[in-house]
Design a protein around this ligand. Structure first.
Ligand SMILES: *[C@@H]1O[C@H](CO)[C@@H](O)[C@H](O)[C@H]1NC(C)=O
Ligand SMILES: *[C@@H]1O[C@H](CO)[C@@H](O)[C@H](O)[C@H]1NC(C)=O
Ligand SMILES: *[C@@H]1O[C@H](CO)[C@@H](O)[C@H](O)[C@H]1NC(C)=O
Ligand SMILES: *[C@@H]1O[C@H](CO)[C@@H](O)[C@H](O)[C@H]1NC(C)=O
Length: 401
């Protein structure tokens, strides 16, 4: 029994030995060459550079986007508004209506402050920065996610908001700043500013009483400082921020200018969930917007109510943005690939160049060598072949040896 065991064990050991992928070669049988050494140094440097770049790549993160049906069906939607209309506050009413037909006073109240439409130099500078940022985002749309969460440079001055007026004017205020947040149902709806305060109308909706507003007082030129949905997030630039529309005097200015203008904005709101290291966990909304405007003139067949109408609808798909590190296992695999691959390929290249050099030398090369190979002595040929097998072609011409 015991002898059987011993025999078995010996056999197993033999099999394992045969599987050895790292056979030991006697040092006497190895030959090192100057060319091989040079190539090895190059290879080590190359591998080092590749490994460094791989580590740098590993330490960066990438953004991953995917889509999901928006499953939050009981939600509320916050609308943040800050805009200025070129009419006094007493003349206009601002509120939201949505598809549920709910009483608008349930959504909250917006503040309305009398102000001046003209901007002071500092305010103008700020407003132009906002417009520039927006212009940049529109032309380089792909850069959105890089710029969106930044908190430095141009964005940080953007975050501070519209500066106060440096000098108080003693003129009558000619404009109205409408600002604040409304909490509406998460369904399609519209936000509008038209002439006259609104009164609720049975059974649903409301009406704006515009009888008291004189024709010549209509002017829906406006400037939007901020229009966003959801909680405010630092660094997000919304498409409407920096929007400015100024109606010019129409040709029908006699005896009085009548400026019935309708501005419409159509929006698709896209819920966005952001999970990044810099911005943290943020649930917010982005939107795409289309702008239309026209002059109302019933005798010309252009009907409607003068005012600013912002219609929004919600997208059914939610975008998820996540910042991710490269997987660590892949990093290991790539490292092994680099080291092994560079060694193997450089060895092959070394071998081939050696072979090519050999062929060139034999063909066109030095006569002594050719003679040697024509009539070799038996011992010579033996050593020659031996050397060939072990060292491979070397870059040093044979006849020197
Ligand atoms: C109205 O729309 C046109 C083009 O659609 C645009 O050029 C213009 O600036 C807009 N605003 C006003 C006030 O006309
Ligand atoms: C509307 O108001 C703006 C700002 O005060 C002004 O520049 C513009 O000329 C006005 N439009 C008309 C038609 O009066
Ligand atoms: C509408 O257009 C007619 C001419 O087609 C003009 O006489 C009239 O003043 C315009 N009305 C307004 C409110 O611009
Ligand atoms: C090159 O590789 C071939 C195939 O492995 C081998 O037979 C030959 O001896 C090598 N040549 C040198 C110069 O190492």
């Amino acid at each position: 029994m015991r002898r059987m065991n011993v025999v078995n064990r010996k056999q197993a050991l033999k099999v394992v030995k045969e599987l050895d992928a790292f056979p030991k070669v006697l040092d006497d049988c190895k030959e090192t060459t100057a060319s091989g050494g040079g190539v090895s140094i190059l290879v080590f440097v190359f591998i080092f550079i590749l490994i460094i770049s791989e580590i740098i790549y590993q330490s960066t993160t990438s953004l991953k986007f995917d889509y999901q049906v928006d499953t939050g069906f009981d939600g509320k939607l916050k609308i943040n508004i800050d805009l200025t209309v070129a009419m006094r506050c007493g003349l206009i009413g601002a509120d939201a209506l949505d598809a549920t037909g709910q009483d608008t006073h349930g959504f909250g109240e917006l503040s309305m402050d009398d102000t001046y439409f003209e901007l002071t130099p500092k305010q103008l500078e700020y407003f132009q920065i906002v417009q520039e940022v927006n212009e940049y985002l529109r032309s380089e749309y792909h850069a959105l996610q890089d710029l969106m969460w930044l908190s430095t440079g141009i964005i940080s001055s953007y975050r501070r908001g519209m500066p106060k007026r440096e000098v108080e004017s003693n003129k009558q205020p000619d404009a109205c700043r409408v600002h604040g947040s409304l909490e509406v149902n998460k369904v399609a709806g519209n936000f509008h500013i038209t002439a006259g305060k609104s009164i609720p109308v049975f059974p649903r909706g409301h009406a704006h009483i515009s009888m008291m507003v004189h024709e010549s007082e209509y002017n829906f030129s406006h400037r939007i400082e901020k229009f966003s949905f959801g909680d405010s997030v630092n660094g997000i630039v919304n498409p409407l921020d920096g929007e400015e529309q100024i109606t010019t005097d129409s040709e029908y200015c006699y005896p009085q200018c009548i400026d019935y203008h309708l501005f419409q904005y159509f929006m698709k709101v896209v819920p966005t969930e952001v999970r990044t290291y810099r911005a943290g966990n943020v649930n917010t909304y982005q939107y795409a917007v289309t702008e239309r405007n026209r002059t109302i003139n019933h005798s010309q067949g252009s009907h409607g109510i003068p005012g600013i109408f912002i219609k929004y609808d919600l997208n059914a798909l939610k975008i998820r943005i996540r910042e991710q590190h490269q997987p660590f296992l892949q990093f290991l695999v790539r490292l092994c690939g680099i080291v092994g691959g560079v060694f193997a390929v450089s060895g092959m290249l070394h071998n081939w160049t050696g072979t090519v050099v050999d062929i060139v030398c034999c063909r066109y090369g030095i006569g002594t060598k050719a003679q040697h190979s024509k009539e070799p002595s038996p011992t010579m040929s033996l050593t020659e072949t031996n050397q060939d097998v072990i060292t491979g072609p070397s870059l040093i011409p044979r006849d020197n040896s």
